[in-house]
Design a protein around this ligand. Structure first.
Ligand SMILES: Nc1nc2c(c(=O)[nH]1)N[C@H]1C(S)=C(S)[C@@H](COP(=O)(O)O)O[C@H]1N2
Ligand SMILES: [Mo]
Length: 248
């Protein structure tokens, strides 16, 4: 199928599927149907486009301002202190089902081979923005930490608490190893602004906006998401029944 057609088909499928879910997600029976249709979306999406790259844009397409959404300034003391110190002592922990747990400094992150990509961010609340993101591919970090064979998901821990719950997200290994999945420390060739997730945020370009965890403190490899948060794989998934697999 031609790329354009395939995207149109996916978008239409996603739209009707999203529209249906807000209604049926209210009941328990609805939730089961919802979970089943989510797996179906994932299978079809993967079947149609496994390993494909999302579109990358020219510099001329970059949005003049990249809006901040959700948490735009974490208000806890530890984050405030880190920000005041210019994030010089920020660490990214790599833990869980890995043979070699890591604690990476900002210099360690910047010393890895870098990827830069100009992509469009789509938020389910109905806005988009195009920005250039730079950082190492997550796959490089996971390879350095050596995933254990039981690892099936990667969990992203964040420094912010939004309305009483710590923000977190997760993805499967297919998205974790996708070439456009990066740990970004720059937006438009500058260190990340606080509103956009300073000093580190995920870019998981095949997924909707809420999957791109900001204020990243740790990456954890796990065999199951059941015991993480409320078990649905992410902050919004736990709270509002957003889909865990938010492929675009
Ligand atoms: N830690 C954290 N990550 C987050 C959020 C958040 O509130 N906290 N919001 C999510 C949502 S819904 C979107 S659309 C994007 C917004 O990224 P931006 O602030 O750079 O626009 O971040 C996502 N990642
Ligand atoms: Mo969003």
């Amino acid at each position: 199928m031609a790329n354009v057609k395939r995207r149109g088909f996916l978008a239409a499928m996603g739209a009707s599927f999203l529209a249906g879910c807000t209604k049926i997600g209210q009941t328990e029976a609805g939730q089961a149907a919802f979970d089943a249709s989510e797996s179906w979306h994932r299978i079809v999406h993967r079947f149609l486009g496994n390993g494909r790259l999302v579109k990358e844009y020219d510099a001329s397409a970059i949005s003049p301002t990249f809006r901040g959404n959700g948490t735009i300034d974490p208000d806890n003391a530890a984050y405030r202190a880190a920000a005041a110190a210019g994030f010089a002592d920020w660490r990214l922990e790599v833990a869980g089902l890995v043979e070699r747990p890591l604690s990476l400094s900002m210099d360690d992150i910047r010393a890895l081979p870098q990827r830069s990509q100009i992509t469009r961010h789509d938020c389910v609340e109905g806005w988009s923005a195009i920005g250039q993101w730079t950082g190492p591919q997550l796959s490089l970090i996971l390879d350095e930490a050596r995933l254990a064979p039981e690892a099936r998901f990667i969990v992203f821990r964040c420094a912010d608490n939004l309305n009483g719950d710590d923000y977190y997200e997760s993805c499967d290994l297919d998205d974790a190893y996708h070439p456009q999945t990066i740990v970004a420390h720059q937006l438009n060739e500058e260190p990340l602004p606080i509103k956009n997730g300073a000093p580190l945020r995920m870019r998981i370009e095949r997924q909707l906006g809420y999957k791109h965890a900001k204020y990243l403190t740790a990456i954890e490899a796990v065999a199951s998401l059941d015991d993480i948060g409320k078990g649905k794989g992410g902050y919004w998934e736990d709270r509002s029944g957003y889909h865990w697999y938010a492929g675009i």
